[in-house]
Design a protein around this ligand. Structure first.
Ligand SMILES: NC(=O)c1ccc[n+]([C@@H]2O[C@H](COP(=O)([O-])OP(=O)(O)OC[C@H]3O[C@@H](n4cnc5c(N)ncnc54)[C@H](OP(=O)(O)O)[C@@H]3O)[C@@H](O)[C@H]2O)c1
Length: 313
């Protein structure tokens, strides 16, 4: 498992990051027991995944604590988050602090490595800068947070409007951004400006539904075609992305999607969410695999280079 430096944080992180959210929530939302979910976390660490992401809202912080029992605290980079919006209104600074304290308790630690504002919308951005960022900066000075992060709400903010403000403003040390084969618009709008500021990047939505459920991919491609957004380059017929696995030497589109992201310049950690140990092991292999061939990347760029309004959900 390759390691990279997470931008200006200086943290040494595995290029594969285990996500505790998404549809699987480490298996807790797909029928696995808490013990099985904790074993999945442990297996990830055995496979040298050292970046683990969760959130107050996922309900997986305690599972991660269980999975990491006996693992030295400094052997993993823990990332968690709080949605700063509830019941239609902003949380107070005191609630943000209380949220962090509760996460620390559930995770069984006295500090998190990256603490994010979770799913910050463009509409809440000014409030975040005025109210929450100073609170996060204070928590950072106190050592409870090592680095400040922000995650976008990619399902709605598919063109990265929030991060297009946050990155030039420079306050986040780390950003979490939606990036995948179907919507690579973060390339110019997020990854390049983040690199210029030394901001660490975490990619989400890399496989999501589009590359784990073939029927959903068919629907998304038909919609892009109908709206005239799809460029040339796909295979004719009923397997338009067949060339990606065939010429990319990938066993599945999920493998190709993870390799696509892993080798995108400017992305540090590719997050994957799963509750399935077989998928975990396959994803670690994929994220240790080679880039897709240049000809495949060229065709993908030609087909999807102008897409900025699908998430792959
Ligand atoms: N705004 C935010 O802050 C935000 C939003 C979304 C996600 N995230 C973070 O990003 C992480 C990744 O989330 P994501 O949902 O976007 O993850 P993802 O890795 O793009 O997609 C995960 C989905 O694909 C399936 N899958 C995983 N590996 C597979 C494989 N090898 N073959 C077939 N299917 C596979 C999983 O189901 P199985 O359980 O069956 O494997 C799950 O349904 C989350 O866990 C969370 O930590 C953050």
């Amino acid at each position: 498992m390759d390691r990279v430096v997470l931008g200006r944080t200086g943290l040494s992180v595995s290029v594969a990051g285990l996500g505790g959210g998404g549809f699987s929530q480490l298996g807790l939302s797909t029928g696995k027991t808490p013990a099985e979910a904790a074993a999945l976390v442990r297996r990830a660490v055995e496979l040298r995944v050292n970046f683990i992401d969760t959130a107050e809202s996922y309900g997986t912080e305690e599972t991660i604590r269980e999975g990491l029992r006996g693992v030295p605290r400094d052997a993993v980079v823990l990332s968690t988050k709080k949605s700063a919006w509830k019941n239609g209104g902003p949380v107070t600074a005191a609630e943000l602090v209380a949220g962090l304290e509760a996460s620390l308790t559930r995770l069984g630690t006295d500090h998190v490595d990256v603490y994010h504002l979770h799913g910050l919308s463009p509409g809440a951005y000014d409030h975040a800068v005025a109210e929450w960022v100073p609170t996060l900066q204070r928590l950072k000075r106190q050592g409870k947070i090592r680095w400040i992060g922000v995650t976008e709400s990619f399902e709605k903010d598919r063109g990265h409007a929030m991060l297009a403000r946050a990155i030039p403003d420079g306050w986040p040390d780390v950003v979490m951004v939606g990036f995948n084969i179907l919507n690579p618009s973060a390339r110019e709008r997020v990854l390049a400006p983040a690199a210029a500021k030394g901001i660490g990047t975490l990619a989400m939505f890399v496989v999501r539904t589009a590359f784990s459920r073939p029927a959903r991919l068919t629907e998304i491609l038909a919609d892009l075609q109908d709206r005239g957004i799809l460029g040339p380059g796909l295979d004719p017929g009923d397997d338009p992305l067949g060339f990606v696995t065939r010429e990319g030497g990938a066993a599945s589109l999920a493998e190709a999607a993870y390799r696509f992201c892993r080798h995108e310049p400017g992305i540090h950690v590719t997050l994957f969410g799963t509750g399935d140990t077989g998928h975990l092991e396959a994803n670690v292999r994929s994220l240790s695999g080679p880039p897709l061939p240049a000809l495949v990347l060229d065709r993908l760029r030609s087909a999807f280079g102008a897409v900025d309004d699908v998430s792959g959900q």
